[in-house]
Design a binder for this molecule. Structure first.
Ligand SMILES: Nc1ncnc2c1ncn2[C@@H]1O[C@H](COP(=O)(O)OP(=O)(O)OP(=O)(O)O)[C@@H](O)[C@H]1O
Length: 299
């Protein structure tokens, strides 16, 4: 769907994109993840044909985003970071206006219903909450029935519930066959939502893999935290190669190790007829992967 090969873009002395290469496959939710100023927006703006690369080659559905911008506009829906509409424009009017840009497209009433915006169709843009405005911007990105949707910093500024609702919505949109290119600086968002993630740091592609694949590159041990009614004897876990360490503090036990650690611990407890009142399994996160891959903390 999208091919980016050695993309380079400079603003004066700043190299915002420095030889970035990746491809996006049909039906993927593909994440571009990186800290502020990493070059994410520059990359997707070049893909959307809004900026001209200094070097490198981009193809979107086999078209050149700059040269073939008019043709691409029919198949690529874009929601840009911090996009705003005029305050007085009503939700329904915005949908009708954007629909008029396309000879073929989605039914505005149907799309409003799908995005749970029907009741707000007469509300002016200025009266919308952050989550409602984001849902409207997604609706506007989808009004031309695109094959690819580019969504930039979709959930920034939303509360946790609105963020989770938006993730659910993105998954549903993908399930209708739309390929999604998602820009984010939220680790959890990328981990939960994306099929593959390109980590961009200082204009360069630091890594590209599934979230699990990125996390698997981290050499951090897992931890299982247990609470039990009576103290656990650490000797029960000896002679198990997956277990690297045990710390006990009365009825609280923390076991570190590798492999299928949770399974190993659970089986051992069952064998000795010990019931855990609480179990928590901690594994490495994308945040750990970022640190391991770039040598820097995400923030
Ligand atoms: N129009 C511009 N003129 C000059 N410098 C720019 C321009 N747009 C971006 N930059 C610089 O290019 C670099 C990359 O910016 P970009 O917006 O692509 O990063 P980003 O990863 O999307 O960041 P954020 O998460 O903060 O939006 C930054 O150093 C930024 O200051």
């Amino acid at each position: 769907m999208i091919e980016v090969d050695s993309l380079t873009k400079r603003y004066g002395d700043v190299v915002a994109a420095d030889g970035i290469t990746f491809t996006v496959e049909p039906g993927e939710i593909f994440g571009i993840l990186g800290p502020n100023g990493a070059g994410k927006t520059t990359t997707v703006e070049c893909i959307a044909g809004l900026r001209r690369p200094d070097a490198g080659r981009i193809r979107v559905l086999n078209l050149d985003p700059v040269r073939d911008r008019t043709r691409l506009r029919r198949t690529v829906g874009v929601q840009l970071q911090n996009s705003v509409l005029p305050d007085a424009l009503k939700v329904g009017e915005a949908m009708t206006l954007y629909r008029s840009f396309y000879s073929e497209g989605a039914d505005p009433a149907r799309l409003l219903a799908d995005l749970n915006l029907t009741n707000l169709r007469n509300s002016p843009y200025s009266a919308l909450s952050g989550g409602e405005a984001q849902r409207l911007s997604i609706a506007l990105a989808l009004i031309g029935k695109p094959r690819i949707a580019i969504l930039d910093e979709l959930t920034t500024g939303l509360d946790p519930q609105a963020r989770r609702d938006t993730w659910e919505l993105i998954t549903q949109i993908r399930d209708t066959g739309v390929t999604i290119l998602l820009v984010s600086h939220f680790m959890e968002e990328a981990q939960r939502l994306c099929d593959r993630v390109a980590i961009i740091d200082r204009g360069r592609l630091a890594a590209l893999d599934t979230p699990d694949g990125l996390i698997a590159r981290v050499d951090a041990p897992q931890r299982v935290h247990l609470k039990t009614r009576t103290p656990v004897d650490p000797a029960l876990f000896e002679n198990n190669q997956q277990i690297e360490g045990i710390r006990t503090n009365h009825t609280e036990t923390v076991i570190t190790g590798t492999g299928n650690l949770l399974h190993t611990v659970t089986v051992t407890l069952l064998e000795h007829n010990i019931a855990a009142t609480e179990t928590r399994h901690e594994t490495a996160t994308l945040e750990d992967a970022f640190l391991a891959l770039t040598g820097r903390r995400f923030e």
